[in-house]
Design a protein around this ligand. Structure first.
Ligand SMILES: [Mg+2]
Length: 368
């Protein structure tokens, strides 16, 4: 592929509204923008989606920057690749650090698709021209949750994800159901329960939820299989599935009926597609989760969610869900509840250079 240069930019932007979970509140988002340029000056873009602190996974912006700069980029420099999958396989020499690997690998996918004048969606086997859009409601009170739902419903979102925890579950969902009996809602617990809470979780069967996401420990597969036997609501796994191997085990054990695939969490598009293909074969539904991301990662998510197995609306919301102004042109827009999948080469979005420059805190350049 003749890679000539890699640029890493650490950027930071304030969120339009604070994002609340029981693990913490996000008010501004740091991220890493990766630009991989070839000898002809064509650039592909990726995004490192780790957060500033390790509340979601163990990776952070600082650890991702270190792994990319000191480990992955030198590996790439010493081992020329012909295809993005070669990068994914090369990075398997390094344990974990999936978000760092994914950011680079996805920039390479964008570059490769651009070089082949093909959309990233087509390049990875996407079949949809538009994808259904869902949104996360992450407010700090019931009143503001209801207000957010009303607003997002007007904007056409097709699925609503409510963050829950043992201190805020049954009563919140009951109240939401009182106002919206038919609303497609799911709950995300971000690992805030244990098996001692089985009765509490069973009670949520009352609300006809599309699913409950990651109720038990963030690295558990076994206990979820015990829980799924006791509750009617389908379990969806997020944090627990960091590889194809995990997905295979979880499905074989009956730990979940649905998987949330985030390319960042599993190390990139190669692994994400492997998980997707396996789930499609086994009849397990998947959807694409969000990471409060900037436009580049959002664009990659659109391509991923265009694969045939992504049958449930994901967290792919419009750029204006989080940002006053996004770093891509055009911004991602939701029309009548759908986001259209670009058919232009690569991720199909340009870079808003002015906004990207404003948001950039530090920049590192690696020449090959
Ligand atoms: Mg989740």
């Amino acid at each position: 592929m003749n890679i000539a240069q890699v640029k890493l930019k650490v950027i930071c932007m304030p969120l339009k509204y604070p994002f609340h979970t029981h693990l913490g509140t996000v008010t501004e988002r740091e991220g890493i923008i990766i630009e991989v340029m070839d000898a002809d000056g064509i650039s592909g873009y990726g995004e490192g989606v780790a957060f500033s602190t390790p509340w979601y996974t163990e990776e952070t912006v600082a650890t991702s920057l270190h792994i990319m700069s000191d480990v992955l980029i030198p590996l790439l420099k010493n081992s020329p690749i012909k295809h993005p999958e070669d990068a994914a396989i090369l990075f398997q020499l390094i344990r974990r650090n999936h978000m760092a690997k994914a950011g680079l690998e996805m920039a390479i996918w964008d570059l490769y698709s651009k070089r082949n004048l093909t959309s990233l969606s087509k390049m990875i086997g996407g079949t949809r021209s538009e994808i259904a859009s869902g949104v996360v409601v992450a407010a700090d009170s019931l009143t503001s949750s209801l207000r957010q739902i009303e607003k997002y419903l007007e904007e056409g979102y097709q699925r609503f994800k409510i963050k829950i925890n043992p201190g805020q579950d049954y009563t919140v969902l009951k109240e939401i159901r009182r106002y919206y009996p038919e609303l497609p809602i799911m709950a995300d617990a971000n690992s805030s329960y244990t098996l001692n809470d089985i009765d509490r979780l069973k009670a949520l069967d009352d609300f006809n939820l599309m699913m409950i996401e990651q109720p038990l420990a963030s690295d558990d597969i076994i206990e979820h299989s015990l829980l799924q036997k006791k509750i009617k609501t389908p379990i969806c796994l997020d944090e627990s599935i960091v590889s194809f191997h995990d997905a295979k085990n979880a499905i074989e054990l009956g730990s979940c009926k649905i998987i949330n695939i985030k390319a960042g969490r599993v190390g990139g598009l190669y692994e994400a597609k492997k998980i997707h293909d396996f789930c499609l074969d086994k009849g397990i539904e998947v959807w694409c989760g969000g990471m409060i991301e900037f436009g580049i990662s959002r664009a990659h998510n659109i391509a991923l969610a265009s694969l045939p197995g992504f049958t449930i609306p994901g967290d792919i919301s419009a750029s204006n869900r989080f940002w006053e102004e996004d770093i891509i042109i055009p911004e991602v827009a939701v029309k009548n509840g759908f986001v259209s999948v670009p058919d232009t080469p690569g991720i199909g979005f340009g870079i808003n250079e002015k906004k990207l420059k404003e948001a950039t805190r530090t920049e590192k350049i690696f020449t090959f």
